[in-house]
Write a protein that binds this ligand. Structure first.
Ligand SMILES: [Zn+2]
Length: 287
């Protein structure tokens, strides 16, 4: 007679240990888990922090490189537009890049107005590294680094300090500003200056563009104002310059650091602010 659960008719098979259950995956079922431990989380966070610390400086370097390249591309495009302008205007340079006035300017012609080749593209004149969007009359240099803020006439405005009429980051070397008496010696020998200095009111005085052409072909007058240093390589002769790629201090005014240039031949290159020395090392650095 059956007397209890242990009777043979109700014998239950012993439960198999988990470890012997058939496994469907790589691990035994007992190893299945759903959460990270605290230590694992801390390790992951630490790794992410290290990676971010490595990446963030890299990203800022890349950003700066892209801005530098964009500026170089803009300089080259403006240089190409100047070539188009010259072909349409008997090989003369435009007086300005993007406009301006002034009684000593050869004309009011520029690249964006009056059917200029860059009309409708004023943004091309602002360097991506120019935090003032082309509104700084000193073109990114501290006041007085060269011969004063009045040099803003070199760029896109009339010969009035801070008289810029539109945003431009760029210095235009071959502009239409007519040379003043004190500036002849920068480009011409004493003999060359005579026809102009003999007259009280030279008419017409050479423009900055003409003086630059003379400098390209003949070099710089020596300190006595007599002989030239010799022709510059056109690929290293700047026509438009950007000074925004530099951290200016009183120590690096003209002889150190690099500025970005596009040359007479549309070559984009870097040079020190006093580019003459880079193009021709025989030309001594100024004091
Ligand atoms: Zn620039």
């Amino acid at each position: 007679m059956w007397t209890g659960a242990d009777g043979p008719g109700f014998m239950v098979s012993p439960v198999m240990p988990h470890s012997t259950l058939p496994s469907t995956g790589k691990y035994p079922l007992r190893m299945h888990r759903t959460a990270f431990t605290l230590v694992e989380m801390l390790v992951v966070v630490a790794i992410i922090a290290v990676l971010a610390g490595m990446l963030i400086p890299t990203i800022s370097v890349v950003r700066r490189l892209v801005k530098d390249m964009t500026c170089g591309s803009q300089l080259r495009q403006i240089g190409a537009a100047i070539e188009v302008y010259k072909q349409q205007n008997e090989d003369r340079f435009p007086a300005h890049l993007i406009g301006g006035t002034g009684t000593t300017m050869q004309s009011t012609d520029d690249l964006v107005h009056r059917d200029g080749p860059l009309q409708g593209l004023p943004k091309i004149f602002v360097c991506p590294r120019d935090g003032q969007l082309g509104k700084d009359a000193n073109m990114g240099r501290p006041p007085g680094v060269f011969t004063g803020a009045s040099l803003s006439y070199l760029y896109d405005s009339g010969p009035v300090a801070g008289g810029k009429t539109a945003g431009s980051s760029y210095l235009f070397e071959a502009n239409g500003y007519q040379l003043q008496s004190a500036q002849f010696s920068w480009f011409y020998t004493r003999v060359d200056q005579e026809p102009f200095t003999r007259r009280t009111n030279p008419e017409p005085a050479p423009t900055w563009a003409q003086g630059k052409h003379n400098q390209l072909m003949n070099g710089n007058p020596d300190t006595a104002g007599n002989v030239y240093s010799g022709r510059f390589p056109p690929a290293l002769f700047p026509i438009i310059r950007c000074f925004w790629h530099n951290q200016w201090t009183t120590q690096n005014r003209r002889t150190t650091k690099k500025v970005k240039n596009v040359s007479w031949e549309l070559n984009v290159f870097e040079s020190i602010p006093y580019w003459e020395h880079d193009a021709n090392p025989d030309i001594a650095l100024p004091n």
